[in-house]
Design a protein around this ligand. Sequence first.
Ligand code: SAH
Length: 372
Amino acid sequence: MDKNFQEEFTQIIKFKPPLYKQRHQFVKDLVEKYKPKKVADLGCADCSLLRMLKFCSCIEVLAGLDICANVMKEKMYTLSPLPVDYLQPSERSLTITLHHGSVAHKDPCMLGFDLVTCIELIEHLEEPELKKFPEVVFGFMAPSIVVISTPNSEFNPLLPGVMLYRHPDHKFEWNQAQFQSWALETARCYDYSVEFTGVGHPPTGMEKAGFCTQIGVFTRKNPQTGKSVQSEKPAEAVYKTVFKAVYPSLKDEKYLQNAVISEVIFTAQIIKHRLMSKHEEYGNDPERKSKFQPSMDCFSDCLGKLVVEKNMEPFVSGNEVHIPLATIFSFPKVNRLCGTFEKLCKLIAGKVTLSSDGSAVMFNIEHENEDN
Ligand code: SAH
């Protein structure tokens, strides 16, 4: 490499967005493409990648592993659910767990993942750990996809201030040929294919240097098997769980019930409000006021294409307003939450005031009338 040319670039190379963000974005794009449900981040450090991935709606299980418990503990509470997660539980379930342990050891809690990410991890491994790493990740965990990123040493001369390695804890840094030969051999051994790419483009004219961060995306050749090549003896738990967050989800009956009750009451209030405004128009006619059945036209904008049956019409009788459950069930949000009419009845039983035959939500408007 021409020394002057190299020096010129060392002054100006600055990645935008920063390289770590580009690496994390790379993983996020991969998640959005392959939609894995279970993702494990090995060498998760301060959990910044996990924090980004928790917003990917396909993910239901997220796990982090690091040999340094303190670095994980620093910001692990930022992975906890927020008040808004309780106010509006999501449809998907999400569990985030952090484990303290080494990628050189097998633990059953690492089985069953679809995607395993190892971002800037392998260069931190001592030789014996690096030797065990493929057997643990590809042989034991055996996810459908593994992403491994590591510094490309050919790029180092372009980085300001890098003498030997980019970080004092790095045990090695590989050039492109070294990484690719290790990755190809690992892929061959465990029946994966691998594609090479990277983030952090070299400057024009320096393309030979390759990406600043080199990345290998490994795909298991036999996705149907789904079983890892495990040793005869099942692995015993060796990792220590340091954090676990279970997000509120509508898959959990308790949160579903709350959401359904709120939505049923909200919907019934809307119907009642519209009914009462119509009702007031007939306010001076006592006969019509005592048993009032409005045309469903006044709800038609909410009901959409609903075919209205007679028994779905809300009505006022004396001081009571009856809003049939069948009408409420036809509202898209209630319908989607419950799925079936039976489920709606089951979830609101004993929680919402119903008519004596249980077919309608009932409001007593005695006091409302007094106010008027
Ligand atoms: N993946 C993170 C940080 C990488 S730094 C990111 O993308 O920003 C490497 C991390 O690997 C460190 O937090 C270090 O503690 C962890 N590590 C080193 N050796 C390990 C091992 N044997 N098992 C698990 N984690 C290890």
